[in-house]
Design a protein around this ligand. Structure first.
Ligand SMILES: Nc1nc2c([nH]c(=O)n2[C@@H]2O[C@H](COP(=O)(O)OP(=O)(O)OP(=O)(O)O)[C@@H](O)[C@H]2O)c(=O)[nH]1
Ligand SMILES: [Mg+2]
Length: 139
C-alpha cells in the first residue's frame, strides 16, 4: 500500500458512556500512546469487517470489562482530524446502558465526571468538538 496520508487514516469507535447519575466516563491515555497523557473517551480502532457498533462493544469490553447494550447506542457525531502524523475519523457514540462495573483493564486511570466539568480536562485536539456536543446535550 502506498505510504500516503489516506493509507494512514484510522477509523476509531469512541464511546461517550453515561452512568445512571448522568456522569461520563473518561480515561487517561498511556504516556507512550499516540496523544499520550491526555484524557479520552474510551474506544479504539474499527477492525476490517466490523460494524462501528461491534467495534465499540469489543473495545469497551477489552478496555473496561463492561458489556454494552448495543441497542442503547446512538451516534453523536463524526470528526475527521489531521494530527499530521496520523489522520483519524472518530465515530462517536453515546452509550446509555451496559452491564458490569467499568475498570481500567489496561492500567489506565478512569474518572466519572459531570458533563459541565469536562472542559477542566486536557483532551486530544480532535475532542474539542466532542466536548462541545456533550455540553449542548446537557443544556
Ligand atoms: N479512544 C479514543 N481515541 C481517540 C480519542 N481522541 C483521539 O484523537 N483519539 C485517537 O484515535 C486513535 C485510535 O484510538 P486508540 O489508541 O484508542 O485505538 P486502540 O484502542 O485500538 O489502540 P491500540 O491499537 O493502540 O491498542 C488514536 O490515534 C487516538 O489518539 C478519544 O477520545 N478516544
Ligand atoms: Mg483505545
Amino acid at each position: 500500500m502506498p505510504n500516503t496520508v489516506a493509507s494512514k487514516r484510522v477509523h476509531v469507535a469512541v464511546g461517550v458512556i453515561y452512568n445512571p447519575q448522568g456522569e461520563i466516563l473518561i480515561a487517561r491515555r498511556h504516556d507512550d500512546a499516540h496523544q499520550g497523557g491526555l484524557w479520552e473517551f474510551p474506544g479504539g480502532k474499527v477492525e476490517t469487517g466490523e460494524t462501528v457498533c461491534d467495534a465499540l462493544a469489543r473495545e469497551l469490553h477489552e478496555e473496561l470489562g463492561i458489556v454494552v447494550h448495543t441497542a442503547s447506542c446512538t451516534q453523536l457525531l463524526e470528526i475527521r482530524h489531521d494530527y499530521t502524523d496520523k489522520v483519524v475519523l472518530l465515530d462517536v457514540w453515546k452509550v446509555l446502558k451496559f452491564d458490569g462495573e467499568a475498570l481500567g483493564k489496561e492500567g489506565q486511570p478512569l474518572k466519572w465526571v459531570q458533563p459541565q466539568a469536562l472542559p477542566e480536562y486536557d483532551f486530544p485536539a480532535a475532542n474539542v468538538a466532542i466536548v462541545d456536543a456533550i455540553l449542548k446535550l446537557a443544556d
